[in-house]
Design a protein around this ligand. Sequence first.
Ligand SMILES: *Cc1c(COP(=O)(O)O)cnc(C)c1O
Length: 404
Amino acid sequence: MKYKNNRLTIDGINVDFLANKFSTPIYCYSFKKLKENILNFKKNFKKINPLICFAVKSNSNIKILKEISKFNFGADVVSGGELMMALKAGIKPKKIVFSGVGKTSSEIEFAIDKDILLINAESKSEILEIERIARSKKRTVSIGIRLNPNTDAKTINQISTGKKENKFGVDEKTFLRLVDYIKNSRNLNLKCLSVHIGSQILDHKPYEKMLKVVSKTIQKSQYKFEYIDLGGGMGIDYMHNNKKLNLKKYSQSIKKILNKNYSKIIFEPGRSIIGNTAILITKILYIKEGFKKDFIILDAGMNDLIRPALYNAKHKILASKNKKEISKKTYEFVGPICESTDKFSTIKKFQKLKEKDFVVICDVGAYGTSLSSNYNVRPKAIELMIKSSKIQIINKRQKLSELM
Ligand SMILES: *Cc1c(COP(=O)(O)O)cnc(C)c1O
């Protein structure tokens, strides 16, 4: 994104032009950025040669999945619906892993029928259920067990998943017992140890700690895992102040444990691939003057982007026209929804705005549309992608008639 003649552009296309042509709110993706992220991710982990399974829950738009699959990515899915979407996008079953604490029997059956790479199980009961279904189908099913490494990801509490108080995975003791159980099962083939400690991680230290636990657990198990699935969680620079996870360092730490284990590494990145590829273009409906702050009332709300309301997440906001004049009052950017948490950001010293101006909420590619809803019977926004200077509609704006 760049200002050209004080007009905000995305891959050379004027934001105001898009807003006027397609009406707002709009999710607009940059293919160029997506490609750059993918190649960058691959480059940083080149020495490990991992299988990269895109976390579909971060963005499940089928056009985007199709683009990602062209780069030889697999998929990490967490529901039967996501599995179906990934397959429909052309992702090979042998590159799909299925995670999640509550897979239903029919979802497990579907995954077995499609012969996916791995079902990563998260409890003893789930393992018994997979075994029961496999037996009834006279099949041997490849599975992983998700270890809860009891490691603090040092991220937003709501998106931490690797501490012992979280519902995810099993503790080391249970893990070792389960390894012994599965070794003697005819219908289960244990291939993978999986972990995922949380999301939006910017410091490599939690990963180091996690790797130590993984390494120790593998040694104790005396089992040869074909795969080690390290999950995703790599953070992005939402505040645009160059705080980045050092992927190279992470890669080196992984290399060390690999020297002992000879396993193939799987990653499940979501946010780090798609997060900074999209903006949400929205119009200022009204400016309501308050005592100390002015409410900038936008036509995008928490139904379009729930991260600020759900996790207190921060996103940069930019005006589509760059002006020098600064507002004397603090701006609070809010949506139109009947909830006090329908609020994107409170910013001091923002440039002066006026009604009908367009603003852009940045870095909304991950957990934006995939977490959007029809709350307040609001249709979902249109999704565009800029690819080779062309504007593609990758999802039509929902019609109210579809919601009736
Ligand atoms: C959510 C999730 C991911 C992706 O996390 P990101 O922070 O988007 O990279 C990967 N693996 C599992 C099991 C998840 O639940």
